[in-house]
Ligand binder design. Sequence first.
Ligand SMILES: C[S@@+](CC[C@H](N)C(=O)[O-])C[C@H]1O[C@@H](n2cnc3c(N)ncnc32)[C@H](O)[C@@H]1O
Length: 207
Amino acid sequence: MNNDEAYAQGLLSKALDPSTQPPAIRAFLQQEFTLVRHLIRPGSRVLDFGCGMGRHLIGLQNHIACGVGFDYERASIDEAARLNATANCHFFVADATRVPLLDSFDAAVCLTNTWGTMSEKTAVLNEMRRLSPAAGSRLVTVYAAKSVPARREWYANMGHPVLEVTDQEIVAAGRFSSEHFTEHRLRKVLGPCELHPIGDIALVAQC
Ligand SMILES: C[S@@+](CC[C@H](N)C(=O)[O-])C[C@H]1O[C@@H](n2cnc3c(N)ncnc32)[C@H](O)[C@@H]1O
């Protein structure tokens, strides 16, 4: 198995089930949403890379002018469409390395370590820059190095016990790989950015 197969087998639903989430992870998910809402200007047009079941855009519906989310997992997009009762959010299936859109947005987001599980990170960043060209309009959440103990418990609760931890990633059963970043490594990959820490669990990079 790899990350694509783990997502295809329903990993996201297990991750978003509160019963799998240690308290520190549950708190992080709430704090991330609050911070993202604060960082996105009201009335923005927002593009969500790897939107899963659309929870961020649907939650922001009264704050933004329009939300467009995509994910390569059809089952997640079908679920996003089912949950979406808004007129201003739209979801479709696409790969984050080749987004079939031409018009630019006011903001692009890639949240909850979605980017940290993607293999072609530079290609995804290039697409975020193309589709949301203004500096500071891109938000990328990654896990922080100190998040390992909480994630170890979370992944085990999802049925993916941790096999290996390095200073850059956790590899869990099924060869699911999830990266974590020091501020130094993140700045090296992203270039100039403002970093907003969320406790010990994550960093939201605004770039
Ligand atoms: C950690 S989940 C987060 C989902 C959502 N952003 C959330 O926070 O609820 C990562 C998501 O990225 C999607 N994904 C991973 N690689 C992708 C790619 N190359 N293109 C599009 N979606 C991708 C997965 O299918 C999964 O839904």
